[in-house]
Design a protein around this ligand. Structure first.
Ligand SMILES: C[S@@+](CC[C@H](N)C(=O)[O-])C[C@H]1O[C@@H](n2cnc3c(N)ncnc32)[C@H](O)[C@@H]1O
Length: 196
């Protein structure tokens, strides 16, 4: 897919696919860009930035400012290097999202939730608070190998249950309208239709 990003960034995305926590799937990035354009996103938050490749792509393609949270020191360092190399408008905050999110005090147009799956339900109130009315919350990997809607292996039952609970929170919250896409390991796109 052509995202209008430098070929060297596309090559880094390709290489990152082999990693343990790979960068977002092409379809997911396309969806993020489509949503971003539809709502003229200027301020974007990414939770679980990895090496910054999605944040940088969003910033360069949309001309947006991105705040990106990453806990892992080595990934955060790699992200900083990539951000500098591409001259992207991305502020990388190194830390645990559970600590960083409550300290943020501004509204975002678009939030990409791609951090630890077991924490999604804990992050939900903060995502809701930080998203502007009319903004979009995109949550990655919410179907996880079919475990969430089907029968997970025994050692994955708790993880599947955490994500099910997150999806229940999303679907039961009247402020959001959610659609699902079978991209990568499943993506939820939740539009905040009013400020509760
Ligand atoms: C799937 S990877 C992110 C990929 C990235 N969003 C992308 O598209 O390139 C998930 C990331 O979440 C980070 N992470 C895990 N727990 C975290 C936490 N508590 N706070 C912030 N980041 C965390 C991991 O270190 C990992 O880099």
């Amino acid at each position: 897919m052509d995202f209008g990003i430098p070929s060297s960034l596309a090559a880094l995305r390709e290489a990152a696919r082999a990693g343990r926590d790979p960068t977002a799937a092409d379809e997911t990035l396309a969806l993020l860009l489509g949503e971003g354009r539809a709502i003229s996103a200027r301020r974007i938050l990414e939770i679980g930035a990895g090496e910054g490749l999605t944040s940088i792509s969003l910033s360069l393609s949309l001309g947006a400012e991105v705040v990106a949270i990453e806990r892992d020191r080595a990934r955060a360092a790699a992200a900083r290097e990539h951000i500098a190399a591409f001259g992207a408008s991305v502020e990388l905050i190194e830390g645990d999202a559970a600590d960083v999110l409550p300290a943020l005090d501004e509204k975002f147009d678009l939030i990409f939730l791609d951090g630890p799956k077991v924490q999604y339900r804990m992050y939900f109130p903060e995502c809701k608070r930080l998203l502007r009315e009319g903004g979009t919350l995109v949550s990655d990997d919410v179907l996880l190998y079919g475990w969430v809607r089907g029968e997970p292996p025994k050692k994955r039952r708790m993880l599947a249950e955490h994500i099910r609970e997150y999806l229940r929170l999303l679907e039961e919250d009247g402020a959001f309208e959610t659609e699902f896409y079978e991209y990568g390991e499943g993506v939820a796109v939740s539009r905040k239709i009013y400020e509760a």
